[in-house]
Structure formats: C-alpha cells, structure tokens
Ligand binder design. Structure first.
Ligand code: GDP
Ligand code: IMO
Ligand code: MG
Length: 427
C-alpha cells in the first residue's frame, strides 16, 4: 500500500470508516484531517459495532499512530466519551495523538449552532448536526478561535480571552439573545479540556512526521463528510464548514501534497443525504423508503432518517475532478440484492429549455429546474453479501460496476457487499 487518502465522494456516510479501517491494517499512521464530531464513522469489527466521531478509524489495530489533525475541530466532551467507550472495550489508545493546532469547539459554538438551526426559516435552514461545527470554523477563520495549544498556555489563553470574550459575549447576547460566558467560566472549561486532551497531546508531531517520511512509513488520511458537503466545492450554503475534498488532507494534516500517492473516493451504490440542500436523484417514494430500510439509512450522529436516491454519475465525475480521485470504492452494493431494476443518473436536463448538463451545475438556485436523465440497469436478484471474489459477482452486478467506471472515468478498486470486514472485494 502507498500513502492514501480516503474521502467521501457524495454527501457523507458513504462507508468511509469501513474502508479506512480495512486499509489501516497496512498503514503506520492514520490521520483525521478535517471536520469534528459531526462525523459518525461506523466500523464493524471483532463482532462489535464501533462508532467514531473524532478518533481515526484505524484505532482498532495495535501499534498504529492515530492522529486527530490540525484541520479538525474538537469538542472535548465528545472526545472524552469516545475515549471512555473505547477504554471500556479494552481498545489500546496509546497510539492516539492530538495536534496542538486543532481547534476547540466551545459550548458557545454549540449554543449558536443550535439557535441558528432552531430559529431558521425556509431556505435559511441547513439541517446541521448542531455540534457547533460552523461557529467553531467561523471563529478559526476570523482568528478568534481557541486552539488545543492555547489550553496549555495559561498566559497566552488569558490574553486571548481578554481580546475575544467581550466581542463573543456581545454577539451571544445582542445578536442571538443567548447567555454570555465569564472569563472565569471559560478559563475553568479550558482547564477541564486540557485535562481530557493532555495524555494525547502531540507536540513533537514534526519529528514524528519527518521520521515517517524518512522511514517510508505508510500514511492513511481519513476524510470526514464528503465532496458535496465541502465548503468550497459542495452545494453551498448546504454544506459543512471544512474541506472534505482530498486537498483538505494536506491543509489539515501537516503533510504536503507530494506525499500522497492514492486517493480513493467512497461512494454508495446509491446516494444518501442528511440535512437540507439539492439532491437531484432523491426518491421520496416507496423505492426511496426501500433503500432506507434495507440500507439502514439513519444518521450515525443524529439518528435522522437519511434522504435516499439513485447513484448520480454527474456527482461522482465532479468528485473525481475536484478531489483527483485515482479510484472509487463502491459500498452497499448488497442493498440492491432484491431490486428488479436500478437507475443511474447520467446527466441533468433543464425543464425550461431542454438543455443537458453532463457536468455539475454549482449554482444551486437552478437545481429546481433540473431533472435527472436516467439509464436503467437490470438487477441481479440474488444475495451477494458472502461473495469474496469479483469474478463471482452476478453478471448484472459486474455490468453495473463496469458502467459506473465508464461514467466516472476511474476504476472501482473496492466493492463492499456488507458492513463486515470480510464483506469486501479488493480488485
Ligand atoms: P461514514 O460516515 O462514511 O464512515 O459512513 P457511516 O458509518 O455513517 O455509514 C455507513 C453505514 O453503512 C454503516 O452503518 C456501515 O456499517 C454500513 N456499511 C458500510 N459498508 C456497507 C456495505 O457494503 N453494505 C452494507 N449493507 N452496509 C455497509
Ligand atoms: P460523515 O463523516 C453526513 C451534514 C449535515 C448538514 C451539513 C452541515 O459521517 O460522513 P454541520 O453539522 O457539519 O454544520 O452540518 O452537513 N453533515 C453530514 N452528513 N455525514 C456526515 O459526516 C456529516 N457531517 C455533516 O447533516 O447537512
Ligand atoms: Mg457517517
């Protein structure tokens, strides 16, 4: 294996964690590089289901370094719970490392996210996870953020709070009508957060990374969310506030682009989305319900039912472009085992003038005029969840995969036919 980035190629929940966990077996360092506890990453291993929000999906193996990278936002209370749960399962956490440059989600970020969502009307509503992600990244970009390293710098933190708290409190009380935070309160919180993070704080990351490069260690970058939720490339403003595209692996990890050799996008054999925003192939009928039920499409983080729809090759091709994918992993192919027919969107048609779009229209305001152009594939009507070799897949399943490859312009390197580790076909 070479240094590899694993990213979501749709709107999140593609099965990234399953793929990351499998590849992590042959990696030395696994890095989560963006997002926060909005992510819900499921790994089914050793007869148990693990759900990760912040901790990299490589943590189940011993002797791996698992970094929560600089580009992430950490809500320490969620991290604490995740650590405690893993300890209860006797998972060795000695390889867990946290970047001093990661940003801290404060309770006021969660207050603002919750308020904004609860009071939003119509198009204002994003359908966020209410984990404070947007407000934490907003403070980071406006240079009012608290970083992990600040928690361990009493004087620096005190000076920073003197600068940012008066402004923050003005915003909280006067804009949102929310409660303010005293300096004593925030200082005490930061002390508590420092205690949670201290055992994993990694101040010597530069040495570790330089040594890793010298020793040709294998690095695996684990993305959260997906291309279409990227703040620059997704369906803005119905996006998250970080960069899930492969480029985020560089800005968020501390390794530059030249170390990356492979970029694997992960797509379901269909598409799901939680939250608001355009979704051209969405099925609001019984077929959509069937996909949701068979695929257990309910949010890992919030439990919300996921919106479901057919595979959209326009979206996939867009992801291949903006993330420079070298291959795609297609997950949940087994969900179609009972389907008579399966549709794939190959383009969009503008209902107003018949114009065909075979690339992704990034101005989401025109999406209400677009309808998907579908081609229909015959199902395979058999159980594929125990198949181990690509050749053994039913002809119609292979035809479906082959057509996706043609439409996307990259090979499908992995096919997943169930949640378990051994339900994976590497090609
Ligand atoms: P992530 O956020 O991209 O890591 O994905 P999630 O964990 O949120 O959601 C993916 C869900 O699909 C999890 O419950 C996985 O256990 C499950 N899963 C992954 N791959 C497959 C597959 O090939 N078939 C089935 N049936 N389930 C899968
Ligand atoms: P994983 O890593 C699916 C969605 C939310 C909302 C939008 C913004 O498990 O794939 P945010 O809380 O980030 O400000 O919400 O992004 N969203 C996800 N959808 N999977 C995720 O993570 C998501 N993380 C955020 O539903 O539409
Ligand atoms: Mg998820």
């Amino acid at each position: 294996m070479e240094n590899t980035v694993v990213i979501g190629a749709q709107w999140g929940d593609e099965g990234k964690a399953k793929i990351t966990d499998l590849l992590a077996e042959n990696a030395d360092i696994i890095i989560r590089y963006q997002g926060g506890c909005n992510a819900g990453h499921t790994v089914v291993a050793n007869g148990k289901t693990f759900k990760f929000h912040l901790i990299p999906s490589g943590i189940l193996y011993k002797n791996k370094l698992c970094f929560i990278g600089a580009g992430t936002v950490i809500y320490p209370d969620v991290l604490k719970k995740e650590i405690e749960d893993l300890k209860k399962d006797n998972i060795d956490l000695s390889g867990l490392k946290i970047s001093p440059l990661a940003s801290i989600t404060m309770p006021y970020h969660i207050d603002v996210d919750g308020y904004s969502e609860d009071t939003a009307k119509g198009a204002e509503k994003i359908g966020t996870t209410k984990k404070g992600i947007g407000p934490t990244y907003t403070d980071k970009i406006s240079r009012h953020g608290i970083k992990v390293q600040d928690l361990f710098d009493e004087e620096g933190l005190s000076n920073k709070l003197d600068l940012i708290l008066p402004l923050k409190n003005k915003e909280l009380t006067q804009v949102y009508g929310l409660k303010s935070y005293s300096k004593e309160e925030v200082t005490a919180l930061c002390k508590k957060y420092a205690e949670i993070i201290k055992p994993y704080l990694c101040n010597d990351w530069q040495k570790i990374f330089l040594d890793a490069k010298k020793e040709n260690k294998i690095i695996l970058f684990e993305g959260a969310q997906g291309v279409m939720l990227d703040v620059d490339w997704g369906t803005y403003p119905y996006v998250t506030s970080s960069n899930p595209v492969a480029g985020g692996a560089c800005t968020g990890s501390g390794f530059g682009p030249t170390v990356i050799k492979e970029i694997i996008g992960v797509s379901k054999a269909y598409i799901t989305r939680v939250g608001e925003g355009p979704f051209a192939t969405e099925l609001t009928d019984e077929t959509g319900e069937k996909i949701r039920n068979i695929g257990h499409e309910f949010g890992t983080t919030t439990g919300r039912p996921r919106r479901t729809g057919w595979f959209d090759a326009v979206v996939a091709k867009y992801g291949v472009l903006v993330s420079g994918l070298t291959s795609m992993a297609v997950t949940k192919l087994d969900v179609f085992d009972t389907f008579e027919e399966i549709k794939v969107c190959v383009a969009y048609k503008d209902k107003r003038n018949g114009e065909i779009y075979d690339y992704y229209p990034t101005n989401i305001n025109i999406h209400k005029y677009l309808e998907p152009v579908y081609e229909t594939h015959a199902g395979w009507k058999s159980n594929i969840s125990d198949i181990k070799k690509y050749e053994d897949l039913p002809e119609n399943a292979k035809k479906y995969i082959k057509r996706l490859e043609e439409l996307m312009g990259v090979p499908v390197s992995i096919v997943s036919v169930g949640p378990g580790r051994n339900q994976t076909i590497f090609r």
